[in-house]
Design a protein around this ligand. Structure first.
Ligand code: SF4
Ligand code: SF4
Length: 146
């Protein structure tokens, strides 16, 4: 069953604004990936000085492998205003994380992570405008935590 959220997000910019007011996934999970994504490898883009080698094949973002994780590349205060300082060169797990599923429901890991930081659950839903029939009106586009 679909939720009835107080906040509706309708485009990529809305998702960006949502994440810039949150950032807990960068302070909760270990962000690990194939070492070849780092600049130590030809064609790699993730700054190697911001990573640590976990084993022969895998690296992780510095700061995310500790008991209270926080990615070294995260600037700002979580739950308020954050920025990824290596956004264009971030590793694959950050690029591939689905904030919303195909039905527009928020990834449950987001609110699990927020709960760990004592932050209120986000009550949001993604409703893409592209391809929507013109006669269907959208609710308020306000962005932000509940
Ligand atoms: S936890 Fe979810 S909503 Fe928060 S910054 Fe990460 S992806 Fe965005
Ligand atoms: S690289 Fe950027 S998006 Fe990925 S965990 Fe670090 S701050 Fe977050």
């Amino acid at each position: 069953m679909q939720s009835n959220p107080t906040t509706v997000i309708v485009d990529g910019q809305g998702v960006e604004a949502l994440c810039q007011s949150c950032g807990v996934c960068c302070s909760t999970f270990r962000i690990s990936f194939y070492w070849g994504e780092t600049t130590a490898a030809e064609g790699g883009t993730v700054p190697v000085e911001m990573t640590e080698q976990m084993n022969l094949y895998r690296s992780c973002m510095k700061g995310t492998s500790q008991s209270k994780p926080r990615c070294i590349a995260l600037a700002g205060n979580i739950g308020e205003s954050v920025t990824c300082t290596v956004y264009e060169n971030r590793p694959s797990p950050c690029r591939e994380y689905d904030v919303f599923d195909a039905q527009g429901e928020l990834n449950p890991r987001c609110n699990q992570a927020r709960a760990k930081h004592g932050l209120a659950a986000l009550d949001v839903r993604f409703v893409p405008t592209v391809g929507m029939p013109a006669h269907i009106g959208l609710p308020i586009k306000e962005i932000g935590p509940k």
